[in-house]
Write a protein that binds this ligand. Structure first.
Ligand SMILES: Nc1ncnc2c1ncn2[C@@H]1O[C@H](COP(=O)(O)OP(=O)(O)OP(=O)(O)O)[C@@H](O)[C@H]1O
Ligand SMILES: [Mg+2]
Length: 196
């Protein structure tokens, strides 16, 4: 991904999510911005790189300077509120719900949510554990089908996560390969409980 100085308009790479959120998104996705490496967000997170594209802003890898640890920051860009206050509110609630639901959950197969931050420009950030192995969807796209053993291991990890959520009365509602992240050791972690 090419970086501009300061921040760059990244509209071309958001083409792919337009269909996910409906036709209205096509006309305003170009307003989403991406920040450069070393930019500070919410006063304590220093961006390392962009690791993904959420529906309403980039997903960053960043260093939490207060706690000296890597984190992933999912963005709800404030430009969304300028174009569609209703969508902004819907996604703000999803961020808040995910942060609230997962505040008390610590499990090796569930991505930890550390908090919910806002920036001076009004953008919101869901602060999560950084999972280095990428998503199952990108692994499938790059490497093709999994071996049976690997598929069973990942499915078993996801089932462990669902068992914990079920005991808490939480239904995930969005299980899919892009919401299953892989650790450096090959384990799987479930994420994205915003619509749970
Ligand atoms: N905690 C994390 N650690 C590492 N990478 C992450 C983390 N969270 C998300 N990602 C990366 O960011 C990508 C985008 O995540 P995001 O949840 O915003 O969109 P998605 O899962 O592709 O689609 P949807 O918006 O439908 O959930 C993921 O596929 C994954 O590659
Ligand atoms: Mg997701």
């Amino acid at each position: 991904m090419a970086w501009g100085t300061g921040s760059a308009i990244l509209w071309a790479s958001f083409e792919g999510v337009a269909g996910v959120v409906g036709p209205g998104f096509v006309s305003w996705r170009k307003l989403l911005t991406v920040s450069s490496p070393n930019t500070m967000l919410a006063g304590r997170y220093r961006i390392t790189s962009v690791i993904g594209e959420g529906g309403f802003g980039p997903v960053y890898r960043a260093k939490d300077l207060a706690l000296d640890r890597d984190v992933a920051l999912k963005t709800l860009s404030h430009s969304v509120a300028d174009v569609s206050p209703a969508l902004w509110e819907l996604y703000r609630q999803r961020f808040e719900r995910e942060a609230t639901l997962l505040r008390s959950v610590t499990h090796p197969n569930i991505v930890s949510v550390y908090g919910f931050e806002s920036d001076a420009d009004g953008s919101l950030y869901l602060v999560m554990e950084y999972v280095p192995g990428g998503s199952l969807s990108s692994t499938l796209a790059e490497d093709g089908p999994l071996s049976v053993d690997r598929a069973i291991a990942i499915a078993s990890d996801v089932c462990n996560a669902l068992e914990v959520l079920d005991a808490l009365g939480i239904v995930h509602r969005d299980i899919k390969p892009s919401n299953i992240l892989l650790t450096a050791e090959g384990g799987a972690k479930l994420t994205d409980l915003g619509i749970a």
